[in-house]
Design a protein around this ligand. Structure first.
Ligand code: GTR
Length: 414
């Protein structure tokens, strides 16, 4: 391979290990001013807060204030879902701030065999009705990304996309495993476009403000905030074991699931499915998608301060393994796919490995090996990792691992 010129490097993704720049992994257990952390109390009182603050102000952006109020409205419910195995609920969550409001809908399936049930909570890309063939699931009226494949045009969801993402949600397996599933259409919380006039952000503007400030939230932080508000609802539902809610997400929504888990310690566990750049993958490796590339393609995902690291990853005093470390010692599963080199599977693996020192500090087990496991050979500890065969997606195989792991590390049956 030929050395790339600096200008080309911005546009040509690198997949060659030999071209990975040399860099020092920032030590999760050394403070920014060089103090060694040796006790969980020091981690919790000193190091974790400074790391959290960095990610908040320089990467995802701060939530500017608190809601005035929120309310929950049970829109629909059935005791006879999934051939009688499950209970279905559709709950509208309304958020109020500065005289404005925003609604989003949680679709819930709960196993009738286990009450209260632990839950996987995760966003979907194309509407709650896309995850199941169940004709009773309400079609969202929110803005959607057009998709020829799924028959979505005019940014409007219709019956045409019912069930188009069934394969990404192993619903029967989840229910049979004794878990519930809660999902939300992410476009109801913040439409995925570079437009800050709509979605959650607009509720929080000071007078005459039109876009978030440089250190204020982008869309990922808004989606994470939405997950926390969904958790507020789950805590009120007696059919749900809200102390065992796992935040789950794929890709951009995996980035949101990680940030939700880092910023809200009520989440009992986190699953990052192929989250890649700005998610589980180390930024400093610059393999596949880079900070400059993601901030250019998706200028609304992160806070504006993050653009200071475009083509400048070496200036980052942190890396994404320290985002993972913010979740410690809670169970965390990082998963990659072999054909998803854009998300840098090796960078996701190493990130889990380098977060392990914080799991060790708590006496929990992470990924101590520096060698990546073979494909389809999960390593499951409190911190777990797998790389499966196949492309950027969520598969039955992924869910089989998540369910097994969650049974062992998150919600152990009495
Ligand atoms: C890609 C993006 C990734 C990932 C992915 C997805 O276009 O570059 O960071 O988020 O989309 O969400 O499927």
């Amino acid at each position: 391979s030929y050395p790339l010129s600096m200008a080309m490097a911005q546009f040509e993704p690198n997949y060659d290990e030999r071209q990975v720049p040399e860099f020092k992994i920032p030590d999760p257990l050394t403070t920014f001013d060089g103090k060694k952390i040796t006790a969980t109390s020091e981690w919790e009182n000193t190091r974790r807060p400074e790391l959290y603050q960095f990610f908040e102000e320089q990467v995802y952006g701060k939530v500017p204030g608190k809601l005035d109020s929120l309310s929950f409205n049970m829109v629909e419910t059935s005791d006879d879902a999934l051939n009688g195995k499950a209970q279905r609920k559709q709950v509208e969550v309304s958020l109020f701030k500065n005289g404005k409001s925003l609604d989003f809908n949680i679709l819930l399936y709960l196993p009738k065999s286990r009450k209260p049930a632990p839950i996987f909570l995760g966003y979907n890309f194309y509407g709650n009705h896309s995850i199941t063939d169940d004709p009773n699931v309400i079609v969202s009226k929110a803005w959607a990304m057009d998709s020829e494949e799924f028959g979505i045009s005019g940014h409007t969801l219709t019956e045409a996309s019912r069930g188009v993402r069934v394969h990404r949600w192993a619903l029967e397996k989840i229910i049979d495993g004794g878990f519930g599933l809660a999902t939300i259409y992410y476009g109801e919380v913040d439409p995925d476009k570079n437009d800050f006039s709509d979605g959650l952000h607009s509720l929080f503007y000071m007078e005459s403000q039109e876009i978030p400030k440089k250190d204020e939230w982008g869309s990922i932080a808004a989606w994470a905030f939405g997950m926390s508000r969904a958790l507020d609802y789950l805590e009120t539902d007696p059919d749900i074991d809200a102390s065992h809610v796992v935040s789950f997400g794929h890709s951009r929504l995996g980035k949101a699931a990680l940030w939700a888990g880092a910023s809200d310690t009520r989440f009992a566990g986190v699953i990052s499915n192929d989250s890649g750049c700005g998610g589980a993958a180390l930024s400093k490796r610059q393999v596949g998608e880079t900070v400059g590339r993601i901030n250019t393609s998706f200028p609304h995902w992160f806070c504006d301060n993050f653009t200071e690291y475009n083509e400048n990853e070496e200036a980052l005093p942190v890396d994404q393994h320290e985002l993972l470390a913010l979740i410690a010692p809670r169970p965390l599963y990082v998963a990659s796919a072999e054909d998803d080199q854009w998300a840098d599977p090796r960078g996701e693996f190493l990130s889990a490995h380098y977060a392990t020192s914080v799991y060790d500090l708590y006496g929990t087990k992470g990924i101590s090996d520096t060698k990546m496991p073979e494909v389809n050979s999960p390593v499951q500890n409190t911190l777990a990792y797998h790389i499966r065969t196949g492309k950027h997606d969520v598969t039955e195989y992924d869910w089989e691992q998540y369910i097994d792991w969650a049974k062992r590390f998150v919600a152990v049956k009495p």
